[in-house]
Every structure is written in C-alpha cells, then in structure tokens.
Design a protein around this ligand. Sequence first.
Ligand SMILES: [Zn+2]
Length: 250
Amino acid sequence: MRLTIIGCSGSFPGPDSPASCYLLEADGFRLLLDLGSGAVGALQRHVGLYDIDAVCLSHLHADHCLDLCAYYVARTFHPDGPRPPIPVYGPGGTASRMAQAYGLAEPPGMTDAFEFATLAPGSGRIGPFEVTTAHMNHPVETFGFRLEHAGRSLAYSADTGESAALVELAREADLLLCEASLLDGPDLPRDLHLTARQAALHAARAGAGRLILTHLVPWNDPVRSLEEACGSSFTGPISLAASGDSLELG
Ligand SMILES: [Zn+2]
C-alpha cells in the first residue's frame, strides 16, 4: 500500500500544504482519508481528479471535510457530464452537513455525486483495504482509522486528545500517522489535540514501527515538534509529514 500526503497542515491550510488529506493506494484502488480545505488542488498533482474510488471523512471539522464541496463541483459539472457517484464514509450527518456547506437543498443534496455511508466503530472492507475505525477523543464525533493490506498496516489518528483507542488502532502497526497539533507547554487544552511528545508516546505504547507527525499547525515551529517527539520513549523512526511525500508500505 502506498501513502501520499496530500495535505498535512493542521486546523487550516498553510503556505506549503492544504489541510488534512491522505491518499492510500493498493491494487489500483485509491482511497482518500479526509478532504480538508485546499486538498482538491494539490490532489491533482498526484492522481487524476476522477481516479478516486472512495473517500473517508474522519469528522466534520472544516479542515478535514470541506473540500468535498470542491470535489462535488468537479464531479458534477464536468463539460462531458457528471461522473458516477463514489462512496463517502463519514460520521452521522455528513450528507446534510455537506449539502448545507454548499447551500444545496435536500434532497438531493450531494447524493447524485456521492453515496454517503455512516461510519461506526468496528471493522469492514473498503476496496482492497481491511478498515478498522474507533472513536477518538475530540469535541465532535471523530473516527481514527487502521488500514491493512497484504500484511501491512497504517493507523491514522485524525484529530484527538489522549486516547487509549488510538493506541489499540495503532497496535503493532507499521506506521502511525498521528496528529501533533500542540507543543509542550502549560495549560494545554484537554481532550482536543495531541502534542508531538504525546503522539510519540502513543506510538511507543502501541509498538508502532514508525511515526509520522501530521496536522502540523502553521503557527508552530515544526523543528520543535520533531525535537519534542524525538525526546520521548519511542525508539522507531520519526518524521514530519510534508505535502507531496509518498511512501510505500511493504
Ligand atoms: Zn477537528
């Protein structure tokens, strides 16, 4: 399975990256994890606009879902006609939220472009991937993901505060793609986001093989994020996500 970082900027787009969006490919199937602000632009550097087979939205904060509006336009109003619908997995209420975001009446909202499916904690298949989801620790309903294919595994935190469920999702995973929105400091908000050090501690507890820090907020110094993560007990490789980076797992 191949991971390409489309967007890794936390909470809003940065000068060098859209907000959250990750492309997972295996056996010719292309899955997007999140479709945050600005992601549809950078996505086109890596894959044909109409080559996406499914989209998973971790939660309905704008920086994780709002470019579904842009993608709706691209799939619906092409001069050669609308493209066939593809599945979009998200929390309950995703179809209505997206219709409202674009100002569409329901029905049909976006249902001619997307087949909306409601996520629930548990396991199932999306294309060639075995997908396990769990609730994360964030103020709105948010799903973390574990994707497995051909003996390789990747876990994605989405947005979360400290979470035992994330440790379970990432158990012995080859890669934990983990948010690191915060830097160490006093009076950190609880049950919202992780520091880079906390991300590394989750990777250590899970026994993950490597850690990529993502959801990097433009007002933080990424070098400091990396230093704080590297100062933790996690002994595997740690790196910073960057838009355009691509990595083959296995
Ligand atoms: Zn969020």
